[in-house]
Design a protein around this ligand. Structure first.
Ligand SMILES: Cc1ncc(COP(=O)(O)O)c(C=O)c1O
Length: 429
């Protein structure tokens, strides 16, 4: 099955052999491994990745979905080049961190104050700590199939079976404070939380690992009401969806108001970032001038608010803030979902096409998908095979993961996605 791929990627094969000696599994992140071995990127520009063997790939993975403007967008690169001349890392206060925080508060209506981190994982970790500090409660709740990064208390119930620990080395102390909830099932959530006091409910509005299933508006409304009743904070993890679905985030797109919003990926304009933000009353708990130890909720980091990232993030958000580019991508996403569905249906293959806005995925099943359980019941082998065929023919998805769109994708890129999908669908028919 991999013959064509292997014959096209001999230099990558040799690099992977080298990598295995010094990087566990040969990669820097488990999900970046795919069979038979990953191709090695030499260069990326616009909508494309170029590997060391001279192959090019239309990129729908986009650096873990971070690159909404494609690879190295000129406006961002220009600003970054200018900033590099003025220093790459200050480690003290600078105006760019204010400018990006102001930009975030301008776009996300419920965010009045912001703190920056270097990753989405860190941002979620600090958001959870803040929720505990603010509410005085210990337990937290997350959803089956939700991925929020590798922080112990959140690295729970990501893939079914949900009762198997996601990693060795997670202490029972960390795990026992996390309650796992059913997605898109408000009655199930209420049952699980009936006799519990929780600091926060944390939710991904569109499941990433969970295959692009999104939260129903009524469900989100129910969560908001439940949080208000119980004195629990609603933390919305917008690491993927933030600045992708709408300039104003989940409140604008899904109509639900978070207490704390967690951001990452797109916010960094191609550089490492995370952030958590919310109303002043909550965010003030991070203020070490206002509160004494142990009343404040600590946050910090060597590279927090690094000037290169702040510059790239600001240049990116300036391009996204009027919503025109985002809406255009959302409309293209609608078309892609519709066309992929049609291609498979025309060939008599049962699929569910998931996603919303500029996020999309295909699942080989008849069953309607409302949660990660259902996504993982679909034929995952076939999905990996479909993505693998696409990769061999120059269309890149990280196998089984959601695809996303960037403003750098051109018509020919989308047509190629359709024509390669059609070839695959015909091969199954
Ligand atoms: C929804 C969500 N939250 C958090 C994270 C963790 O972010 P990072 O990989 O930057 O630590 C991710 C990463 O994929 C994510 O998709």
């Amino acid at each position: 099955m991999f013959e064509d791929y292997i014959s096209k990627t001999q230099k990558s094969k040799a690099l992977y052999e080298r990598a295995k000696r010094v990087l566990p599994a040969g990669v820097s992140y488990a999900i970046r491994y795919f069979e038979p071995y990953p191709f090695y990127v030499a260069k990326a520009k616009g909508s494309k990745l170029y590997d060391v063997d001279g192959n090019s790939y239309i990129d729908f993975w986009l650096g873990h979905t971070a690159l909404i403007l494609g690879h190295s967008p000129p406006a961002v690169m220009k600003a970054v080049k200018r900033q590099i001349e003025n220093g790459t890392h200050y480690g003290v206060a600078h105006e760019l961190e204010i400018a990006l925080a102001e930009q975030v508060t301008k776009m996300i209506s419920n965010a009045k104050m912001v703190r920056f981190t270097n990753s989405g994982t860190e941002a979620n970790m600090y958001a959870i700590r803040l929720a505990r500090a603010y509410t005085g409660k210990n337990k937290i709740a997350k959803f089956e199939g939700g991925w929020h990064g590798g922080y112990d208390a959140l690295h729970v119930a990501v893939k079914p079976p949900f009762d198997v620990p996601e990693s060795a080395g997670l202490t029972s102390g960390a795990l026992q404070d996390t309650i796992v909830l059913p997605y898109n099932n408000i009655e199930g959530v209420k049952m699980k939380l009936k006799n519990e006091e929780v600091a926060a409910i944390l939710i991904e509005p569109v499941l990433g690992v969970g295959g692009g299933v999104f939260a129903e508006k009524e469900f989100l409304k129910g969560l908001r009401e439940l949080c208000d009743e119980k004195g629990t904070l609603l933390i919305v993890d917008e690491v993927i969806t933030g600045f992708r679905l709408a300039p104003g985030g989940v409140e604008q797109y899904f109509g639900v108001r978070p207490d704390i919003t967690v951001l990452g990926k797109i916010l960094g304009g191609g550089f490492p970032i995370g952030a958590f933000c919310g109303p002043t009353e909550i965010m003030e708990k991070v203020d070490t001038l206002r509160y004494q130890r142990p009343q404040y909720s600590f946050h910090g980091g060597t590279f927090a608010a690094n000037p290169i990232t702040m510059t790239a993030g600001l240049a990116t958000l300036k391009l996204l803030e009027d919503g025109k580019l985002i809406n255009k991508l959302n409309r293209l996403g609608d078309k892609i979902r519709e066309q992929l569905r049609k291609i498979f249906e025309a060939n008599g293959i049962n699929v569910q096409v998931t996603g919303t806005g500029s996020i999309f995925n295909v699942h080989f099943t008849k069953e309607e998908l409302k949660d990660a359980n259902a996504v993982f019941r679909a034929d995952r082998k076939k999905l990996a095979e479909y993505h693998s065929k696409l990769i061999t023919n120059g269309v890149f998805f990280l196998p089984t993961h959601n695809g996303t769109l960037s403003t750098a994708h051109i018509k020919a890129d989308i047509e190629k996605l359709f024509s390669e999908t059609e070839k695959y669908a015909k091969s199954l028919a």
